[in-house]
Design a protein around this ligand. Structure first.
Ligand code: VGL
Ligand code: ZN
Length: 211
């Protein structure tokens, strides 16, 4: 069984959102084109309490882009984003959510961030994504979404580390690239760790070829 994982395709990561990813809306048509090719589709949502420790606003005198320590780990400070039950945390308009079979939420503990859809950044608590995939006999995962250099990267690295065949659909991802080169470095790191980089057309061609 192969699963499609849609990473954090949420309003706050679109160009008009609170933590805008340049061209973030460009992943929506790629996701929609691939959805019918998968029986198991998991969408992750960044799902923070308002008091989340990754928000610069919760640290007097700090601004987004600065680093602090959170849960004993280096932590980038972000604008307030993807607060639980707010419009910013909702799936992007135009995403065909009717084909999403499971939703996994992360970043729900105010005291630690969670870039990966599998575990928090300290690898302390699991989200349930690994158990879900195992329960369905998933052997390979295909990932796309936002942002290439944060949540997509760490979700793909964990998938690979857990032993899933891991395929990153590059044209279905966009990155923050806060420091120019972050996206290119993320893709190189992923490839070095055994993640296969491909494009949506490759996936669709493979499906129609009966793979
Ligand atoms: C993300 C920064 C903070 C992401 C989430 O989805 O890539 N990035 N929270
Ligand atoms: Zn976040």
């Amino acid at each position: 069984m192969h699963a499609l994982i849609l990473v954090d395709i949420q309003n706050d990561f679109l160009p008009t959102g609170a933590l805008p990813v340049p061209e973030g809306d460009g992943v929506v048509p790629v996701a929609n084109a691939l959805l019918p090719a998968f029986d198991l589709v998991v969408a992750t949502q960044d799902w923070h309490p308002a008091a989340h420790g990754s928000f610069a606003a919760n640290h007097p005198g700090r601004v987004p882009g600065e680093m602090i320590e959170l849960a004993g780990l280096p932590q980038m400070l972000w604008p307030v984003h993807c607060v639980q039950e707010t419009p910013g945390a909702a799936f992007a308009p135009g995403l065909d959510t009717t084909r999403i079979t499971h939703v996994v939420r992360k970043g729900t503990d105010a005291g630690i961030d969670s870039y990966s859809g599998f575990f928090d950044n300290g690898q302390r608590q699991a989200t349930g994504l690994k158990a879900l995939l195992r329960a369905h006999g998933v052997t390979a995962v295909y990932l796309l979404g936002l942002a290439t250099d944060y949540c997509v990267k760490f979700t793909a690295l964990d998938a690979r580390r857990l032993g899933f065949g891991t395929y990153l659909i590059v044209d279905g991802c966009r990155g923050v690239d806060l420091h120019h080169g972050d996206v290119a470095r993320a893709l190189a790191d992923l490839q070095a760790q055994g993640v296969t980089l491909l494009n949506s057309a490759d996936v669709l061609a493979g499906v129609s070829a009966g793979e």
